[in-house]
Design a protein around this ligand. Structure first.
Ligand code: ASP
Length: 341
């Protein structure tokens, strides 16, 4: 059987930088010379081709146009490759990878995001292991078909479902966590795939690429002492269509009457309010406490155990589909790409 073809897409971030030993400055690495710099890649049983953003970016500059650019690179090359590895800065990797999970409907090939905390040219770099194992994960096949058929994120020996991840640490090599869903695979002496946790898409369906994302949304993190003036100013933003309310614990919030009336009035204006928890693990359970029951009654949408990153991307994706209010609530509360339990 022929070796799998892998397309490596370089968007930017620390992983693709090398130090200029004369000046000590970090600069973008020319991915055309990848095999010269990392000869270990020649040992992998796959063919690797690379494509790079014209001007690689720090992922803090990531935006919706770049998301479409990544989606189109995958769309245009979909039939010619067995898997895709996207090199991306770690800072916003969970957002981009979550967005791509919604944009690529009926995906049946692996799209593995990875990056690193240290540049590829650094002596103690984590980039090589992350890159090499990501390519191996994207190359895994069974009976000539990819084992992984979803958007994932690989970092520090673990393969995660991308839309379940959050960047938790700005320094540790173990920068990401997926607290509400188990790892899809682990790299030790052997690559151990947890097959039961992988998405099993319908292989007959054709991939649909969604590029109309609607960014008219807001994210509000509640805190004790939040004022009516602040909340009102956000909720009356021109063009606003939906709000993610990061609440306390299992989806709880203040029961002060100004707060509840403001939310009710906002919903009556046709703006969706989604309840997600500020906790990195666990789920919203509206109605479990008195402090969340009013939200349930007024029609707030439950984000259940979704991450904030995935919630924002799901919101932009669903708003882009222009559905009715009822359809929107049902769709948001349903797991579309394995993003919620
Ligand atoms: N600031 C960098 C970025 O996200 C950090 C990294 O690559 O890990 O692009």
């Amino acid at each position: 059987m022929a070796n799998p073809n892998i397309l490596l897409i370089y968007t930017g971030g620390t992983i693709g930088m090398i130090k200029d030993f004369k000046t000590g400055v970090l600069k973008a690495f020319d991915f055309k010379n990848l095999l010269d710099k990392i000869p270990e890649l020649l040992l992998l049983e796959c063919a690797i081709e690379t494509v790079s953003f014209k001007d690689p970016i720090d992922s803090s500059n990531m935006n919706l146009e770049y998301w479409v650019q990544i989606a189109e690179l995958i769309e245009f090359n979909y039939d010619n490759y067995d898997g895709f590895v996207v090199l991306h800065g770690s800072d916003t990797m969970s957002y981009t990878a979550s967005a791509l999970s919604f944009m690529l409907e009926n995906l049946t090939k692996p799209v593995v995001f990875t990056g690193s905390q240290l540049p590829i040219g650094d002596l103690r770099t984590d980039a090589k292991e992350n890159l090499i194992t990501s390519i191996q994960m994207a190359s895994l096949q069974e009976n000539g078909k990819p084992v992984v058929k979803e958007v994932c994120l690989y970092f520090e020996y673990k393969l995660y479902r991308a839309n379940r991840t959050t960047k938790l640490n700005a320094e540790n090599f173990k920068a990401f966590a997926s607290l509400n869903y188990p790892e899809l695979a682990e790299s030790g002496v052997h690559l151990k795939v947890n097959a039961d946790y992988l998405l099993k898409p319908d292989l007959e369906k054709k991939m649909i690429v969604h590029k109309d994302l609607d960014p008219n949304i807001a994210l509000i993190k509640l805190f004790p002492g939040i004022t009516e003036a602040f909340l009102k100013s956000v909720l009356t933003t021109e063009g606003l269509k939906a709000v993610i309310l990061e609440t306390f614990g299992a989806g709880n919030c203040t029961t002060e009457s100004w707060f509840l009336s403001l939310l009710k009035e906002t919903i009556n204006r046709g703006i969706h309010i989604i309840n997600t928890t500020q906790c990195v693990g666990g789920s919203v359970m509206m109605g479990h406490y008195e402090t969340s029951n009013q939200l349930r009654i007024m029609g707030v949408v439950s984000g259940k155990d979704i991450t904030t990153e995935a919630a924002l991307c799901k919101l932009m994706y669903l708003l882009g589909l222009n559905m009715s209010e009822k359809e929107f609530k049902t769709n948001f509360e349903t797991s579309l790409r394995g993003e919620m339990s």
